[in-house]
Design a protein around this ligand. Structure first.
Ligand code: NAD
Ligand code: UDP
Length: 324
């Protein structure tokens, strides 16, 4: 490795954050993981605690932080609709005040800072697949707005700090990503279906299951994020990161049932408001600028995720909110 860097990962105990911490620790960097454990628990980073190049801080990004670092991955934010809607005002504060706090720190330390943005900035898209140039179809007063508009405002702050203060930024728009260490009571579709299938419970499809998502395996995602952080200063994003394999939610349920050999039945529940009907990333920019494209097809990633879910004791996990 060429240079040891001091790196802060906010939301570092979460699903994606913990994998980023692990990768950076293994690469020999000095890693600070910061989290308020709203949607995660220490077990995600237990294997890193005690290593000389890993530190864990309990802190909330809505409050200022004072650290000296070279790079920041800003991953802190609840990501599942049920949990981000539990306290929507706090969700908006996490995105906006969290962005202001990490950007202020990046400006003071001359650090590079990467924002975990989302495909949700496109809302319920009427352009398909979605390129970065598409400005989206977001309902600013709907139940998903606390997350969607919070992430959009965070992107605005990133670009304004970049233009006004020369802060070295990166913005990645992450499309639905899944894999080991998703919280079993996270409430997102992959974790819900696998947990339900393994427990022999009904599999809950919201709506008629014809809505689509494109699912990216966590290893592919982590590789893209690290490449983006370390890539050229001339390409700051926003860049879509996701897998182009697009599936209906019903197809996903059927695959999970087949791969787990479960006897679970599919049941249908009301579709939540503003639930996007379709989603697929256009990854032309990621291919061109990062030389990246996903390698893990859904069936393979699901098998690995099911294996992990089979190995954990879900009773050891506390549901972040009742909405899963
Ligand atoms: P996650 O819920 O597992 O991780 C989020 C982490 O942030 C958790 O550890 C949580 O405790 C922490 N957190 C929440 N609010 C905080 C606060 N105020 N202060 C400090 N820590 C706080 O979810 P994830 O899937 O790992 O998502 C990580 C990031 O990636 C999020 O910003 C999310 O919006 C973004 N993202 C994820 C996906 C995906 O499909 N996984 C898609 C788009 C965007
Ligand atoms: N979904 C579902 N059953 C569940 C959880 C989610 O049918 O138990 C649906 C949800 O309505 C949405 C899709 O699956 O259409 C993806 O939901 P998720 O919360 O994982 O992500 P997002 O909607 O943010 O893409």
């Amino acid at each position: 490795m060429s240079q040891i860097k001091r790196i802060l990962v906010t939301g570092g105990a979460g699903f994606l954050g913990s994998h980023i911490c692990e990768r950076l620790v293994n690469d020999g960097h000095d890693v600070i993981c910061l989290d308020n454990f709203f949607t995660s628990q220490k077990s995600n980073v237990l294997h890193l605690i005690g290593k000389p190049n890993f530190e864990l801080i309990r802190h909330d990004v809505t409050h200022p932080l004072w650290l000296e670092v070279d790079e920041i991955y800003n991953m802190a934010c609840p990501a599942a609709p049920g949990h981000y809607q539990y306290n929507p005002i706090k969700t908006m504060k996490t995105s906006v005040m969290g962005a202001i706090n990490v950007l202020g720190m990046a400006k003071r330390c001359n650090a590079k800072v990467l924002q975990a943005s989302t495909s949700e900035v496109y809302g319920d898209p009427d352009v398909h697949p979605q390129p970065e140039s598409y400005r989206g179809n977001v309902n600013p007063i709907g139940t998903r707005a606390c997350y969607d508009e919070g992430k959009r405002a965070a992107e605005t702050l990133f670009f304004d700090y970049h233009r006004m203060n020369n802060v070295n930024i990166r913005v990645v728009r992450i499309f639905n990503t899944y894999g080991p260490r998703m919280h079993p009571f996270d409430g997102r579709v992959v974790s819900n279906f696998i947990r339900q299938a393994l427990a022999g419970e009904d599999i809950t499809i919201f709506g008629d299951g014809s809505q689509t998502r494109s699912f990216c395996y966590r290893d592919d995602l982590v590789e893209a994020i690290i490449r983006m952080m370390n890539g050229s200063d001339d390409f700051v994003g926003p860049v879509n990161i996701g897998n182009q394999g697009e599936f209906t939610i019903k197809e996903l349920a059927e695959q999970v049932i087949e791969l787990t050999g479960s006897k679970s039945k599919i049941v249908y529940r009301d579709l939540p408001s503003d639930d996007p009907k379709q989603r697929q990333p256009d990854i032309t920019l990621a291919k061109k600028h990062l030389g990246w494209e996903p390698k893990v097809p859904l069936a393979e990633g699901l098998k690995k995720t099911i294996e992990w879910f089979s190995s954990i004791d879900v009773s050891e996990y506390r549901a972040p909110t009742p909405n899963y």
